[in-house]
Structures are given as structure tokens and as C-alpha cells.
Write a protein that binds this ligand. Structure first.
Ligand code: 2X7
Ligand code: FE2
Length: 313
């Protein structure tokens, strides 16, 4: 295809994406990693520490993904984060607004973020009902002082820095850590099914964010200037190879194989997907068999991170 042809094709595709009338549907899902470094590097007014940039390829990946996702005009963004871990059941936010300071406990010098978040309480409650229907435990958070975790805030900020779309935030039940990877996966598959049913009943256009890095071995010290990119690289080659295996399956549209191999990936790379966000999202989307669009891959303090989009068009 020549350049003009490609531009026409992309334009038609864009128009098709915008004009599709999906109600009560998950219109896209994104593997949306949350190293707080990416927000720190952008210097938004909400974040107190200042930086000189850094981790550009991942931030460009987010920029490209964001443009496509926001063009779909979602009614709601749903996020599942490993840094809101709950021991008993799955929790959702149940108040219209949460406001406060979110701090990364490991990187407080990089992430001290003032958030002001609007929640889609109707959808949160619908998910709560469907989760219980599935025989899982569920709880709704109604403490106005509850502090939203940095994982959810980071993924949401990078996907929609204007914060003008309501959100639903789901906790990650820690069954994979108490029991096994497999038990955890089973829970997340059910949670995904419950989420899909709730979205269908809501009549809304929803985008799901799986707030996870991939491989998660990381350095335990950082350079004097955290954004000094001459220090940044993958922790070791084995991690890189595992990340590429996962990304290959995503690009091939083999989401069932991806989910099957995740328990081994978790053990080999201490992968953050163990906490369940990716499995939840893939299940909610009905195990898509079309190729995912990889917007980019990069490392943050040695961990592997990819911004990956699943949407039909
Ligand atoms: O939470 C994280 C992470 N998942 C990856 C890299 C660095 C920091 O925080
Ligand atoms: Fe994390």
C-alpha cells in the first residue's frame, strides 16, 4: 500500500471506530502498566516531584494508545490494580467521588499525586451484584477517606490525563498468593465474566485497563537521577525472552494460550500479572482471538512493560 492508500485506510478505520454503536459492551481492553516513573516523567501538575523526563518509548506508546482509545468515546474506564490487594474477596469503589493524595510507598520521591476521581457507582454496584451471583465474595468501599492506590491512578492518568471519564476500580484479591497461581486465575476468570455481564446490563461503552507490568525482577537501587536513562535496561535476558513470548501470543491473537502459559511466566519472572489484572481483562473480553496491537515495550528499573490494546477495529 502506498502512503496515500495507507492514510485513506487509516482514516476509514478511524471513522469506523468512532461510528460503531456499541452499548453495553467492552469496546477495548488495554494492558496498561503503572510504573509511577511514567507519571513522574510527564510532570503533570497533580504530581509533586519534578523530573527531566525519561522512559520516553513507553510514554509514546501510551500517547498512541490513548489517542485511539479516547476516539472511541468510552463512557467508563475500569481498572484492576495489583496495588490494591484485598484478602477477603473483590472490592469496588462505592462513592461518587474520591479525593486525596496517592503515594507510592517504594518511590515516594517520584509519586505523590493529588487525585480527584469520579466513580461510576451504578456500574460498581452492578459488578458487586454479579460477582456475588458468581459465588465470589464482594465488598463495596464507602469510606470517603479511602486512599486510591498508585497503580490504578497511574494507569488511569496515562490513559486519560484529563480525568473527564468516570471510573470503576477493582481490587485484586490475593488468592494467587494465599493459594496458587491456578486458583488465582480461576477467580480472575470468574471476576471477568461478572464484569462483562455487568457492563452488558449497564448499556455503557466500557474500556478495561489491566494495570500490570510483565516481568517483574527489578533493581534494588536507583541512580542519583532516577530518570538517567543510561542506567535503564532489562534486569536480565531471560526476562526479556519471556516477555517477548507473551507479546508474541498477544500479537497472534492467542489469548487462551496466553492465559494457559501465564502461571509458568509468573514463576519464571515474578510477573506482576500474578495479581490477576490481565486474566480478568482477557476473560471479560471473552478471550479475544484477534491480534492485539502492541504500542510499545520498555523497561522501568529493570521490569518489563508493554502497552497493548485489544479492540476489534
Ligand atoms: O509498581 C511498579 C511496577 N509495577 C513496576 C516498576 C516500577 C515500580 O512500580
Ligand atoms: Fe506494580
Amino acid at each position: 500500500m502506498d502512503d496515500l492508500g495507507r492514510i485513506r485506510f487509516e482514516k476509514d478505520n478511524e471513522e469506523e471506530r468512532e461510528s460503531m454503536n456499541h452499548s453495553g459492551e467492552i469496546i477495548a481492553g488495554v494492558l496498561a502498566p503503572h510504573p509511577p516513573h511514567l507519571v513522574y516523567a510527564e510532570n503533570p501538575p497533580q504530581n509533586e516531584p519534578r523530573s527531566e523526563g525519561g522512559w520516553d518509548t513507553l510514554r509514546w506508546a501510551y500517547e498512541n494508545c490513548r489517542e485511539r482509545i479516547l476516539a472511541l468515546k468510552p463512557d467508563v474506564l475500569l481498572v484492576h490494580s495489583p496495588h490494591w490487594m484485598t484478602v477477603v474477596g473483590h472490592h469496588v469503589l462505592g462513592l461518587k467521588k474520591f479525593k486525596g493524595l496517592s503515594v507510592d510507598p517504594i518511590f515516594p520521591h517520584l509519586f505523590r499525586y493529588q487525585y480527584d476521581v469520579d466513580v461510576d457507582v451504578d456500574l460498581s454496584l452492578q459488578i458487586h451484584e454479579e460477582v456475588k451471583e458468581m459465588g465470589l465474595n464482594s465488598k463495596v468501599v464507602t469510606n470517603p477517606h479511602f486512599r486510591i492506590d498508585y497503580g490504578a491512578i497511574t494507569s488511569l492518568h496515562l490513559m486519560n490525563p484529563a480525568w473527564d471519564i468516570p471510573i470503576v476500580s477493582l481490587s485484586s484479591n490475593n488468592s494467587p498468593y494465599y493459594f496458587s497461581n491456578e486458583v488465582g486465575q480461576e477467580q480472575m476468570i470468574k471476576l471477568g465474566e461478572a464484569t462483562r455481564k455487568a457492563v452488558q446490563k449497564s448499556g455503557k461503552k466500557a474500556v478495561l485497563l489491566a494495570s500490570n507490568s510483565l516481568s517483574h525482577r527489578h533493581f534494588t537501587s536507583e541512580p542519583e537521577i532516577p530518570e538517567d536513562m543510561s542506567y535503564e535496561h532489562i534486569y536480565h535476558h531471560g526476562q526479556y525472552l519471556w516477555d517477548m513470548e507473551m507479546i508474541k501470543l498477544m500479537k497472534q491473537g492467542k489469548s487462551r494460550q496466553l492465559i494457559d502459559v501465564l502461571p509458568e511466566f509468573m514463576d519464571m519472572t515474578v510477573a506482576e500479572v500474578k495479581a490477576g489484572a490481565l486474566t480478568w481483562m482477557i476473560s471479560a473480553m471473552g478471550f479475544p482471538d484477534y491480534p492485539a496491537k502492541v504500542h510499545g515495550y520498555g523497561t522501568v528499573i529493570g521490569t518489563g512493560n508493554a502497552v497493548v490494546e485489544w479492540s476489534r477495529v
